[in-house]
Ligand binder design. Structure first.
Ligand SMILES: Nc1ncnc2c1ncn2[C@@H]1O[C@H](COP(=O)(O)OP(=O)(O)OP(=O)(O)O)[C@@H](O)[C@H]1O
Ligand SMILES: [Mg+2]
Length: 96
């Protein structure tokens, strides 16, 4: 059984189809989602973590349908979103 499974997930903002029919299965491996700006990556992550509810489709975690569960419930199940920590270069100039 897949650890995480998405079936026909869709999300629109007004007339923008941010996520348009995503099917995916993730097991124990690392998975990266790549795409240009506005492709829908963040929206997809938000749907998986529960911050955004999809218009259509289902999200399953360990076989349990979590589509309508909020982020707090999902955290208890083991779905955690980590944000990229901000970092800045040690020096803003190349002059010595
Ligand atoms: N809350 C929102 N309200 C309206 N439109 C949104 C909202 N969130 C995302 N969108 C739109 O949905 C589309 C997908 O955006 P999203 O942020 O998921 O893309 P992304 O792949 O993460 O982009 P980036 O690489 O710039 O981070 C874009 O057209 C964006 O403007
Ligand atoms: Mg993004």
């Amino acid at each position: 059984m897949a650890l995480l499974k998405l079936v026909g997930v869709e999300k629109s903002f007004g007339g923008v189809n941010a996520v348009d029919g995503v099917d995916m299965e993730v097991g124990q491996e690392w998975v990266a989602v790549v795409g240009p700006n506005g492709a829908g990556k963040t929206t997809l992550v938000n749907i998986i973590s529960g911050f955004v509810k999809p218009d259509r489709g289902r999200v399953l975690f360990k076989g349990v349908d979590v589509t309508r569960r909020g982020p707090a419930e999902r955290v208890k199940m083991g779905i955690v979103r980590a944000f990229q920590p901000p970092s800045s270069p040690k020096r803003a100039s190349s002059s010595t």
